[in-house]
Design a protein around this ligand. Structure first.
Ligand code: GLC
Ligand code: CA
Length: 558
């Protein structure tokens, strides 16, 4: 233990709130800050240490707040700065921390900087964004945006194109301009001075653009990839080091980058030497494996345990002792984890939700719990494209279905499996109207299963998914080995079982997870002496793991 540095952000369990869908305090159908404040006791009872709130800044909401028009103001629908100050104070009063989302790869096209920037070629804010001349009557290069279409938009006022790696309402900031960095760092300092406890940094691995060359085009793809020029560049590392010195080092913060990329990237961003961030989110286990499909994540292809485990284990092994890790399966960009990796049928939903929770809290790294996951909330399974609100879905529909390239029924099936709105439906608080989320018409429908799945029932049921999460979180607080134990993979050839060991001094924590809906032969746990700290089954069978069974045993060696 002595050789590992302790840190609160290593020991914390972080709970992600998607404010629009968490709790509506004034009946307009949209979750808000006062709604969050009203449920802080719920989070405290669950045991979480920190709350990460998805963006709450002023925004025209083309991408639900990930397009910010004023970084120092609160989105009107969410409340006021006074509401925010009270949320912060009440969070702190309960001994919890508040982490803000920081979206600075791009701003909204309604941000004052961009409004100025697009006015003329010699506007003082011109270089706050990335403007280029077109090439041969088209955009400056072949890059596609993350949300379909070209990554360049021609602006008639000046005849030049601006870069947007996401929607055209999200122009990319030009980090090469020192004035942009000054502006962003001042804004971050302003929030830190308010007393916030950290930043989750949106697509931060893309801020440094190295060049503007055409990118490679995958077979069947319509656009080239910007990745070689924009992802994980040396420039990005330089900017983060500067941010660290100028802002982050002056406060005691949790910093987590949304970077994607493999372990080699995580090792640089989150190195224990502390020159950049505390930790980063990898994406490989969630969407790294898509069969070389030209539609990317839009497919029927579920990832076999073997592949997910290989990715997670590699990250565990290569990062430990060198870079701190994150552990998560769900967030506002992913479908519901129990629907995707577990089994959301009535028979197995609770068991499999608990099994996945066991994994998230026993791997090495800071666990992130996405709202509703602690209830085993499921995908909503919309059947028509009009039911979706997400800009990503509508852009994909335009690009692939309306153009006749992909069959509508196929795409609807892919959406039902993987679209982001699956995880953005309102939080299911109780069995009352709209699941207790709002007295008005919710901005996105409540999942009909709220009578079966809601917080109030689960809090009162000792066997619920909620109480299982509560117990897991308490165990993390009680035993250092959950946080600081070294990771060792087990049963790496199994197609059905994810098993591993954590080791700290004389303690060994053994974890076995059956990822299937069948009984699986397994004698790993049979002869272990020690204490069973948690399991999702009351009794066990020798030589067998029951469907979705999870077992965690703590042993002490001589
Ligand atoms: C991140 C966010 C996602 C958003 C995108 C653009 O991936 O998590 O919700 O759409 O960045 O800001
Ligand atoms: Ca509201």
């Amino acid at each position: 233990m002595s050789e590992q540095k302790r840190a609160w952000w290593k020991e914390a369990v972080v709970y992600q709130i998607y404010p629009r869908s968490f709790a509506d305090s004034n009946g307009d159908g949209i979750g808000d800050l006062n709604g969050i404040t009203a449920h802080l006791d719920y989070l405290k009872d669950l045991g979480v240490d920190a709350i990460w709130v998805s963006p709450i800044y002023a925004s025209p909401n083309h991408d639900n707040g990930y397009d910010i028009s004023d970084y120092r103001a609160i989105m009107k629908e969410f409340g006021t700065m006074e509401d925010f100050d009270r949320l912060l104070e009440e969070t702190h009063r309960r001994g919890m921390k508040l982490i803000m989302d920081l979206v600075v790869n791009h701003s909204s096209d309604e941000h004052a900087w961009f409004v100025e920037s697009r006015k003329s070629r010699d506007n003082p804010y011109r270089d706050y964004y990335i403007w280029k001349d077109g090439k041969d009557d088209g955009p400056p290069n072949n890059w596609g945006s993350c949300f379909s279409g070209s990554a360049w938009e021609k602006d008639e006022a000046t005849g030049q194109y601006y870069l947007h790696l996401f929607t055209k309402e999200q122009p990319d900031l030009n980090w090469a301009n020192p004035a942009v960095r000054d502006g962003v760092f001042e804004m971050m300092t302003w929030w830190c001075e308010k007393g916030i406890d950290g930043f989750r940094m949106d697509v931060i691995g893309m801020i440094g653009k190295e060049n503007y060359n055409d990118g490679p085009v995958d077979p069947g793809a319509l656009y080239g990839s910007f990745a070689p020029s924009c992802m994980h560049t040396e420039a990005t590392h330089r900017y983060l080091q500067e941010m660290r010195k100028r802002v982050l080092d002056h406060y005691d913060l949790l910093t987590v980058g949304e970077t994607s990329g493999g372990t080699e990237n995580a090792l640089r961003y989150a190195s224990e030497d502390g020159s950049e961030l505390n930790m980063v989110f990898g994406f490989e286990h969630n969407d790294g494996i898509n069969d070389g499909n030209e539609l990317g994540k839009w497919s029927d292809h579920g990832t076999p345990l073997k592949e997910i485990r290989a990715v997670l284990n590699r990250r565990q092994m290569e990062l430990q002792g060198k870079a701190w890790n994150t552990v998560y399966l769900g967030n506002h960009d992913q479908p519901r984890q129990v629907s995707r990796y577990g089994n959301d049928s009535e028979l197995f939903r609770t068991r499999s939700a608990k099994m996945l929770a066991t994994m998230i809290h026993t791997l090495r790294g800071t666990p992130y719990v996405y709202q509703g996951e602690e209830l085993g909330m499921t995908n909503i399974y919309f059947t028509r494209v009009e039911q979706y609100q997400d800009v990503e879905v509508h852009n994909v529909w335009k690009q692939w279905v309306e153009s006749g390239r992909v069959d509508a029924q196929d795409m609807l099936r892919f959406f039902a499996r993987i679209a982001r709105d699956n995880a953005r439906t309102p939080m299911q608080w109780n069995a009352e109207k709209n699941a207790g989320f709002s007295t008005g018409e919710p901005w996105l429908p409540v999942n009909k299963n709220y009578l079966l799945i809601n917080a109030e029932d689960q809090i009162n049921d000792p066997d619920s998914v909620w109480n299982y999460y509560r117990k897991l979180i308490a165990l993390r607080h009680q035993y250092d080995i959950f946080v600081y134990g070294w990771f060792e993979p087990l049963l790496e050839d199994s197609d059905q079982i994810y098993a591993y060991r954590r080791v700290l001094d004389k303690q060994v924590l053994t974890v076995a997870l059956n990822w299937t809906d069948r009984k699986v032969t397994c004698n790993l746990m049979d002869d272990l002496t020690g204490e069973e700290l948690i399991s999702n089954y009351p009794t066990h069978q020798k030589g067998i793991l029951q469907p979705y069974e999870a077992r965690v045993i703590l042993s002490v060696t001589e």
